[in-house]
Design a protein around this ligand. Structure first.
Ligand SMILES: NC(=O)c1ccc[n+]([C@@H]2O[C@H](COP(=O)([O-])OP(=O)(O)OC[C@H]3O[C@@H](n4cnc5c(N)ncnc54)[C@H](O)[C@@H]3O)[C@@H](O)[C@H]2O)c1
Length: 252
C-alpha cells in the first residue's frame, strides 16, 4: 500500500476528483479527512470509505473562512493524528464567468476567494501542522490545464487557476527545509459536477475531444492516480512541479 499509515486531508472531497482521491487514498492505506462545504456529500463519501474497511472522518468547512480552516485542521488531527498528506483541491467554475469585456466584480471576487484564497488558507494551516509535527509531508494543489492555456469566456477561472502553479512553487520553496514537498496537478476536462453543464452539449464536446491527443476526456480516477503518485514516497525527489493530466490537450 502506497500510503500505509499516512493521514490525509482532502478538500472538495464530497464530489468528483476530490472524492476519487479520498477513496483511492483510503484503499492505499491512508486514514482520510473528507473536507467539504457540502457536509452531506462529505458524509456520504466518509461513510462509504468506513463501510469498505477504511478510516475516514467527515469535516464541514468553507475554505474561504480562515476560522473554518483552523477548526477543520484541528478536528482532523484530533481524530486521525498528525496530517502528513494534503490534496488541496476545493475549487469552482464561477457562475457567470465571462470574457474580460463583460466580467462582473462579484464573479471575480468568488473566483479569487475560493480558487486562490481558499487554497492559500488550507495550505498555510496544513503546512504549519506538518512543520510542527516535525515529520514533513506531501501537498498536492489542484491547478488546471487552463493554468497553461486559455479558453474564451472564462477570464476569472483561467486567471484564478493560473495562480496555482505559482503558489505551488512558492510553497515548495518555503517548506522544503521542513521536509514538506509541494506539487500541483493540472487536469484537463474531467467528468464531474463542475463540468456537468457542458458534458451533454455535443456542439462543445465533439470539437473538444478532437483537441485531446488521446481522443478522450478525463474521469476523476485518472486525476486521482496522479495525485496519489505525487503524494506518495515514489515522488520523493519531486517538488515545485505541476503535472499536466489532460490526455495531451495542451500540446496540440
Ligand atoms: N472537472 C474538471 O474538468 C477540472 C479540470 C481542471 C481542474 N479542476 C479543478 O477541480 C476542482 C473542482 O473539482 P471537481 O471537478 O471534482 O468538481 P466538483 O464540483 O465535483 O467538486 C468540487 C467540490 O468542492 C466543494 N467546494 C466548493 N467550494 C468549496 C468551498 N468554498 N469550501 C469547501 N469545499 C468547496 C464542492 O462542494 C464540491 O464537493 C477545482 O479546483 C477545479 O479547478 C477540475
Amino acid at each position: 500500500m502506497r500510503l500505509k499509515d499516512k493521514r490525509a486531508f482532502i478538500t472538495g472531497a464530497g464530489n468528483g476528483i476530490g472524492k476519487a482521491t479520498a477513496e483511492l487514498f483510503a484503499k492505499e492505506g491512508a486514514s482520510v479527512a473528507v473536507v467539504d462545504v457540502d457536509e452531506s456529500a462529505a458524509e456520504t463519501v466518509a461513510d462509504g470509505i468506513n463501510a469498505s474497511g477504511g478510516k475516514a472522518v467527515t469535516i464541514r468547512a468553507d475554505v474561504t473562512s480562515e476560522q473554518d480552516v483552523i477548526d477543520a485542521v484541528a478536528k482532523a488531527q484530533d481524530e486521525l493524528g498528525p496530517i502528513n498528506v494534503l490534496h488541496n483541491h476545493a475549487g469552482i467554475l464561477p457562475p457567470g464567468d465571462a470574457s474580460i469585456l463583460d466580467i462582473e466584480e462579484r464573479t471575480i471576487d468568488i473566483a479569487l476567494a475560493i480558487n486562490i484564497k481558499g487554497m492559500m488558507l488550507v495550505g498555510k494551516h496544513i503546512a504549519r501542522a506538518m512543520r510542527d509535527s516535525g515529520s514533513g509531508g506531501a501537498i498536492v494543489n489542484t491547478a488546471s490545464d487552463l493554468s497553461i492555456i486559455a479558453l474564451a469566456g472564462l477570464c476569472s477561472y483561467v486567471t484564478s487557476k493560473t495562480a496555482i502553479p505559482g503558489l505551488t512553487r512558492s510553497m515548495a520553496t518555503d517548506l522544503a527545509e521542513f521536509g514538506i514537498r509541494v506539487n500541483a496537478v493540472s487536469p484537463g476536462f474531467t467528468y464531474t459536477n463542475m463540468t456537468a453543464g457542458i458534458a451533454d452539449n455535443d456542439e462543445i464536446m465533439g470539437p473538444m475531444k478532437e483537441t485531446y491527443l488521446l481522443k478522450q476526456l478525463g474521469q476523476p480516477i485518472d486525476i486521482a492516480h496522479c495525485v496519489l503518485f505525487l503524494a506518495s514516497d515514489e515522488a520523493a525527489f519531486v517538488t515545485g512541479a505541476a503535472l499536466t493530466v489532460d490526455g495531451g490537450h495542451v500540446v496540440t
